[in-house]
Design a protein. Structure first.
Length: 473
């Protein structure tokens, strides 16, 4: 459940497995030389995914120790450092690294990317798979029931929430081993757990490419409540747990589902109100249950890690609106006087409103040095003059070269013609939007009539664009 940055896929298109790709990148890093930041980010992502947090920690710390690390790259290394520390159960240290990432974002040039609309669970075959899994578990003696976002969709809208990212089932924690046997027998696969959570199990169905989370619950001795959430390291220390409290006792009833008998909550409305608050009937796609659940017990170090990780991740992926909503959520629910989050919210609010702070205007700095290899980093070199690009580019374009990437103009995909009949966007050009809606150039949002960041990072131009012309000097 640890949040991870949506990083470029690197060599994924070549068909390499994650382990083979990691090994290939590791060999390049060990060989020394200048390595594009995209490749280092991809290596960090794979390192965490493959259970190598110690290596990721060392590399990130070496990168951060460099005297001239670019401010656009510092938040990335701190983000991955926070993940590496969490995976080693150093929760408080991970929280500190992520807060440092947020501080770095306050002075970093920010990218913008429209957040993709998720509709994977709108597929009726996914809902059919859910009912099959519930019926299979019930037939095997496991009283699993629709939980969290899955329950919310079924009760409020009589369907799965199309923007939800996975299926959620609740069950008593002692039933997890039997549930595992049943699900794997019916084609579900359990990925390796690099950061195991004691009361949860995550499964993937390869045929439908959907994830299912089993969320274990523990009844309290007095029977008045059940505890859920994320428990790690057998519940110790208490500050490392993310705990949620549900109304008890657990009352379930058998029900005839589309694929056979299933278990369901007798009173789902009370359960949903405990989780989502009294306004649970009002759709809120921006709600984040991990950090905003109404039945959270306190704001533990683990919950803080998830909160700061999610905000940082949204910023780094260019999802300003999402990052702003998450920052406001933490301020409203947990720490209303957090000066760092107030600062982040102010900066993001200015960006979202179209009023960029002055320090984010102008050109990317381009120091003369071609790159650096921090001492002790095994030859890893990250270009300090190269802001990160999302999506990935195949290296770093130089001034005067031309990007041959499509841009969205209306509903069509075509290259953007610049003076000289070059197809693409010339690096170093100042651009401005004529007529049209919000657009993105050089990974920066801008509106009609405003000067635009120079395109110097090899990034794409994306968004709804009307007419594009050279901007004022």
């Amino acid at each position: 459940m640890a949040a991870q940055l949506s990083t470029p896929s690197g060599q994924a298109g070549s068909g390499l497995s994650a382990a083979a790709e990691f090994n290939t990148l590791s060999q390049r890093l060990q060989a020394g030389g200048v390595i594009p930041p995209d490749d280092i980010r991809r290596w960090c992502h794979l390192g965490l995914e493959l259970g190598q947090p110690g290596l990721v920690q060392t590399v990130c710390q070496n990168l951060l120790a460099a005297p001239d690390v670019h401010p656009a790259l510092r938040p990335y290394w701190l983000f991955f450092l926070g993940g590496a520390l969490l995976h080693q159960r150093r929760v408080e240290d991970g929280v500190l690294a992520l807060r440092q990432a947020l501080e770095a974002l306050c002075v970093a040039p920010l990218i913008y990317n429209p957040q993709p609309v998720m509709r994977h669970l709108a597929d009726p075959q996914i809902e059919a798979l859910l009912w099959q899994a519930l019926a299979q578990l019930a037939a095997g003696g496991v009283r699993a029931f629709a939980h969290a976002g899955t329950l919310l969709g079924l009760v409020r809208e009589n369907r799965l929430l199309p923007f939800d990212k996975d299926l959620d089932l609740g069950l008593l924690v002692e039933e997890l081993p039997v549930a595992h046997q049943i699900l794997t027998r019916h084609g579900w696969q359990r990925p390796p757990q690099v950061f195991p959570i004691d009361n949860m199990a995550t499964y993937h169905h390869p045929a439908r490419d959907v994830v299912l989370d089993l969320c274990g619950l523990a009844p309290q001795a007095d029977g008045a409540s059940l505890l859920g959430g994320f428990w790690i390291n057998h519940g110790t220390p208490a500050s490392h747990q993310r705990v949620t409290r549900f109304p008890g006792p657990l009352r379930l009833e058998r029900h005839a589902g589309p694929a056979g008998d299933v278990w369901r909550l007798q009173d789902p409305e009370t359960w949903l109100e405990a989780f989502y608050g009294k306004a649970w009937r009002l759709p809120d796609p921006a709600f984040d249950t991990i950090i905003g659940a109404h039945n959270l017990v306190g704001f533990s170090a683990l919950t803080q890690w998830y909160a700061y990780s999610r905000i940082t991740n949204a910023c780094l992926n260019g999802y300003w609106e999402k990052a702003l909503r998450l920052a406001h959520l933490v301020l409203e629910r947990h720490t209303p006087e957090d000066g760092l989050l107030l600062r982040i919210a102010g900066i993001l609010g200015g960006h979202v409103a179209g009023a960029r702070p002055a320090q984010h205007r102008g050109r990317w700095p381009r120091p003369a040095r071609a790159g650096f290899a921090p001492r002790g980093s095994g030859g890893i070199a990250a270009r300090p003059d190269a802001p990160p690009s999302i999506p990935a580019t195949s290296g770093l374009a130089e001034p005067g070269s031309v990007l041959r990437r499509p841009v969205a103009i209306g509903n069509t995909q075509r290259g953007l013609s610049m003076p000289g009949d070059e197809q693409g966007i010339a690096l170093g050009a100042d651009l401005a939007v004529g007529e049209g809606n919000l657009g993105v150039f050089g990974q920066h949002a801008h509106r009609r009539g405003q000067r635009v960041m120079r395109v110097v990072d090899g990034g794409d131009a994306q968004g709804w664009i009307g007419q594009v012309q050279p901007g004022p000097q």
